[in-house]
Design a protein around this ligand. Structure first.
Ligand SMILES: [Zn+2]
Length: 290
């Protein structure tokens, strides 16, 4: 893991899941997200030891397993306090909620593997503390209550508020809990002007115009494709089948639920915009354009 300095007190551990480190004082640090496995926890700990730091806090941008899976190891070792937005803290304390949200009932084993469900850790509401040098920014949309962390060095850690265009190209349909809010957050970020933006998955950039556009185009194109399909198909299952074929989505149980979340969120957006109506026909969700 390469430790890169982004400002007087701000560092990032470059990884498939980038991890932020902020110096609270001469020796105490706050870590931003803890990676996708216990090994991330061990690597973060190694860097902390090498620099004679002490881990005081972890802030999780959100509760997805690839951002919190180092939590349990680090909390056990350093007894650090962990914070997230109030709603995300529920999921971090009880990660089965993540899988249950996706499945809509007691989840099947496929949705409870380590990629989708982390070990529980004790997490508190970030609103109950103020940490000098750090500001919390609401970036919800990708998940219920995703937050960004802005450091005194003018560096914004954005979690999964957006992702790299390369990853978008590869996976086409990203998990999105609330598409309308996701777009609102992208519009907000477009108006900001920080020194560096650090996404969890992707490159550190100073100018995010191109990346924001790629993320917005991606989700708006999926929405447009759904509207186009609805001219011909009305059953949810048929429409989903066409989307899987069009975007070359792997037909696995996991993808069915991950991609299904984004599609259902787009359906919610279209209902809210009064563009479609829903009913049930032949035991499938029936979608009609208005
Ligand atoms: Zn995420």
């Amino acid at each position: 893991m390469e430790l890169k300095k982004l400002g007087e007190k701000t560092y990032v551990l470059l990884n498939p899941v980038n991890v932020g480190i902020y110096l609270l004082n001469d020796f105490e640090v706050c870590v931003i997200d803890s990676g996708s496995s216990k090994d991330y926890g061990k690597e973060i700990s190694k860097v902390i030891e090498e620099n004679n730091w002490h881990l005081k806090y972890i802030i999780n941008t959100h509760s997805h397993a690839d951002h919190i899976s180092g939590n349990a190891y680090l909390q056990n070792k350093y007894h650090c306090r962990i914070f997230a937005s109030k709603v995300e803290s529920y999921f971090i304390n009880a990660p089965i909620l993540e899988s249950a949200l996706m499945y809509g009932a007691k989840p099947i084993d496929n949705l409870c593997n380590s990629f989708l469900m982390a070990k529980p850790s004790c997490c508190e509401d970030i609103n109950n503390i103020s940490i000098e040098g750090l500001e919390i920014v609401d970036l919800s949309g990708h998940s219920f209550g995703l937050i960004g962390v802005l450091t005194s060095d003018n560096v914004l850690f954005v979690g999964d508020a957006y992702t790299s265009p390369k990853i978008l190209e590869k996976y086409q349909i990203q998990y999105t809990y609330d598409v309308a809010n996701f777009i609102k957050t992208l519009d907000f970020l477009e108006q900001t002007n920080y020194k560096f933006y650090v996404p969890s998955h992707g490159d550190i950039e100073s100018d995010i115009t191109h990346t924001i556009k790629a993320n917005k185009d991606n989700i708006l194109n999926i929405e447009a494709k759904i509207e186009q399909l609805l001219l011909k198909y009305h059953s949810y299952n048929e429409m989903l089948n066409e989307l899987f074929k069009y975007y070359h989505i792997r037909e696995t149980v996991e993808q069915y639920y991950i991609v299904g979340t984004t599609i259902k969120s787009i359906i919610t957006k279209l209902v809210e915009e009064d563009k479609i109506s829903l009913s049930v026909k032949d035991a499938t969700l029936w979608i009609e354009k208005k």
